[in-house]
Design a protein around this ligand. Structure first.
Ligand code: DOR
Length: 431
């Protein structure tokens, strides 16, 4: 059992408990024991000096690719977990598009077991929606949820078959869990490598239109409305999708959604010079799309920020732009990029940012998301808001060294992550 901790002198930002200000936090037996403006130190307590730091509920990432089993050269559950701790996360949800695909209970149990063996973050697997992610036959949802999946998805690929999507929503409703859709119409995006627009035309690259995402979002909202099932839309990228979801939420459709830090901070311009580090799926889109995503986060249409941490090897990413795989490393830069793109321009308060990184994804993942209140697990992230650093991908804990933010100066850093009362490490010395 971890030693009791007294976190002293920090500024607590906890949207779930509606608390923002100077508080001390007492942690005992891995849980929050007390939160008060001042708690007296006593013998046997290990003090954590949080003066000048922000103390927030641990981040939860609903969307990571840890590549294990099958592509351990790109990332493992261990290296991914290290990257997650550096990024301030206490829980992560790995996608099932591994090799083999996580499409049965045994595979889910293996991922959970390996996550537990590494023991740095809570690893909460997402199971495949269809066998082998082939989009033909639904998996055994009962088996997957029983084994511990928090949601099901064929991420990396869309579920294009509308009848299967209808059945998936109906079936998952019995378990009160979401279907996470990678919204992309394969016939519209076929062969595309970046956003279809002025930049793709200038570079002579085949584009992926925004409609490729929006038509699937529109269909899935319709099916969620029909079935009463819960659809969670992954990595939103365009203005049309945000507006469709805004309207659907007003009608009471059961929909939640996420956006990545890179879609909030970058546009198609990042691809100029054939920069494959900015090749992601869905692609980085126009400035107008980016503004719509920012507005969607600000008004609550977009529930959470998820990294879509998608590491690849150097030899793959260094290939020519057309052949390089989609995906970027994201765990270690997420907070700094979000503060730069959202908090500094005053699009978002710190409190709303923490809601999108911690409270809301925790709730969607089926964790309680009640925040830092007595009796709840002591999952905390300590942030120095005034500690600028320069992104050097070679220093990432992740095996994926490709980031469109290389060379960026980010304004703040994660100092410590505490998971169930245990200090998991600090950046950059610890994990
Ligand atoms: O950029 C991406 N990379 N988007 C996805 O949906 C899948 C991911 C991957 O697995 O590399």
């Amino acid at each position: 059992m971890s030693k009791p901790l007294l976190i002293v002198g920090g500024t607590v930002i906890d949207p779930a408990a509606k608390r923002e200000g100077r508080f001390d936090i007492l942690v005992e037996d891995g849980a929050i024991a007390d939160v008060k403006p001042s708690i007296r130190a006593r013998e046997g307590l290990e003090a954590v000096d949080a003066a000048g730091l922000l103390v927030v509920p641990g981040f939860v990432d609903l969307h990571v690719h840890f590549r294990e089993p099958g592509r351990e050269d790109k990332e493992t559950i261990e290296t991914g977990s290290r990257a997650a701790v550096r990024g301030g996360f206490t829980a992560v949800c790995p996608m099932p598009n591994t090799d083999p695909v996580v499409d049965h209970g045994g595979a889910v149990e293996w991922v959970r077991h390996e996550g537990g063996r590494v023991g740095l973050v809570d690893v909460l697997p997402i199971g495949a929606l269809t066998r082998g992610e082939r989009g033909e036959e639904l998996t055994d949802f009962g088996e997957l949820f029983e084994a511990g999946c928090i949601a099901l998805s064929d991420d990396g690929r869309p579920l294009a078959n509308s009848l299967l999507m209808r059945r998936a929503l109906e079936y998952a409703k019995l378990f009160n869990r979401p279907i996470i859709q990678h919204a992309e119409d394969p016939s519209l995006s076929a062969g595309g490598v970046m956003h279809e627009g002025l930049v793709s035309t200038t570079l002579g690259l085949k584009g992926i239109p925004s409609e490729s995402e929006a038509v699937i979002v529109a269909r899935d909202l319709s099916l969620a409305e029909l079935t009463g099932g819960w659809v969670h839309v992954a990595h939103l990228s365009c203005a049309k999708s945000v507006e469709l979801i805004r309207q659907a939420k007003r009608r009471g459709v059961r929909v939640t959604c996420e956006v990545t830090p890179h879609h909030l901070a970058l546009t198609e311009e990042a691809v100029a010079g054939f920069n494959a580090d900015a090749k992601v799926n869905p692609p980085l889109r126009s400035e107008q799309d980016r503004q719509a995503l920012l507005a969607g986060v600000a008004d609550g249409t977009i529930d959470c920020i998820a990294t879509d941490h998608a590491p690849h090897t150097d030899w793959e990413k260094d290939a020519d732009f057309d052949s390089a795989p989609f995906g970027t490393t994201g765990l270690e830069t997420a907070l700094g990029v979000c503060v730069r793109a959202l908090v500094e321009p005053k699009t978002l308060s710190w409190s709303r940012l923490i809601e999108t990184l911690s409270t809301n994804p925790a709730r969607i993942a089926g964790l309680d998301g009640d925040g830092l209140i007595a009796g709840k697990p002591a999952n905390l992230t300590l942030i120095d808001p005034k500690a600028p650093w320069t992104v050097e991908p070679s220093r990432f804990a992740s095996k994926g060294k490709h980031s469109p933010f290389a060379g960026w100066e980010l304004p703040c850093r994660v100092v410590k992550v505490i998971r169930r009362g245990e200090v998991m490490g600090s950046d950059p010395k610890g994990v």
